[in-house]
Write a protein that binds this ligand. Structure first.
Ligand SMILES: CN(C)c1nc(=O)c2c([nH]1)N([C@@H]1O[C@H](COP(=O)(O)OP(=O)(O)O)[C@@H](O)[C@H]1O)CN2C
Length: 183
């Protein structure tokens, strides 16, 4: 018997294809709802650190698309952890795996309902790992999720993590939006 997860999750892969739109470049890899099927998928795909720059992985609750416009995302935002360039070789893959385990393990207790998914952006200017939540106005829930991230990912205190509302990110394409919250 396989060990069921509380939610079903879908892993997405993004690679900008000049002949297709941004949305059409988001590809579903697989969905899973057991621990065993998570590991089968995780062990089957490339590590984030091995992806070409410009690529993303996203893990979202089944049915939620990894984009601002999805009705479950549009009023929300994301905690963003910015990594330095040299952290790709040493920390990116562990960070991303730990993030995946926090999500599928419902590590945010009663705030797990707020969580929509997580994204890892592999970028030349520095990789990013983020957790998307559904309501940018829910300060209490967002701050608790941020504290859990800092604690469970052992984020050193000299690295600040900020929460940006998607409505701010949408209009600030290219540059980073302002932080609504920081922990
Ligand atoms: C439905 N739709 C078009 C749409 N819906 C979206 O949800 C969405 C986008 N477009 N994104 C586009 O990617 C660019 C890079 O953002 P980046 O987060 O990859 O980060 P970088 O600037 O490459 O570091 C963004 O500027 C935006 O153009 C990003 N994004 C999340």
């Amino acid at each position: 018997i396989k060990h069921p997860l509380q939610n079903e999750w879908t892993m997405w892969f993004f690679k900008q294809d000049s002949t297709r739109s941004w949305e059409e470049s988001q590809i579903v890899v697989a969905s899973f709802d057991t621990v065993e099927d998570f590991w089968a998928l995780y062990n089957h795909i490339e590590l984030a650190s091995k992806l070409k720059t410009g690529c993303d992985y996203s893990l979202f609750k089944k049915g939620i698309k990894p984009m601002w416009e999805d009705t479950r995302n549009c009023a929300g935002g994301r905690w963003i952890i910015n990594l330095s360039k040299n952290q790709r070789a040493t920390e990116l893959d562990n960070f991303w795996m730990e993030m995946l385990l926090l999500l599928i393990g419902e590590a945010f207790d009663q705030d797990s309902e707020e969580v929509c998914g997580a994204v890892v952006n592999v970028r030349a200017k520095g990789d990013k790992v983020g957790v998307w939540t559904r309501d940018a106005q829910n300060a209490a829930g967002i701050l608790k999720i941020g504290d859990t991230l800092r604690r469970r990912l052992n984020i050193p205190h000299n690295i600040q993590i900020g929460y940006q509302a998607h409505t701010d990110s949408m209009v600030k394409a290219g540059s980073t939006a302002k932080n609504r919250y920081t922990v």
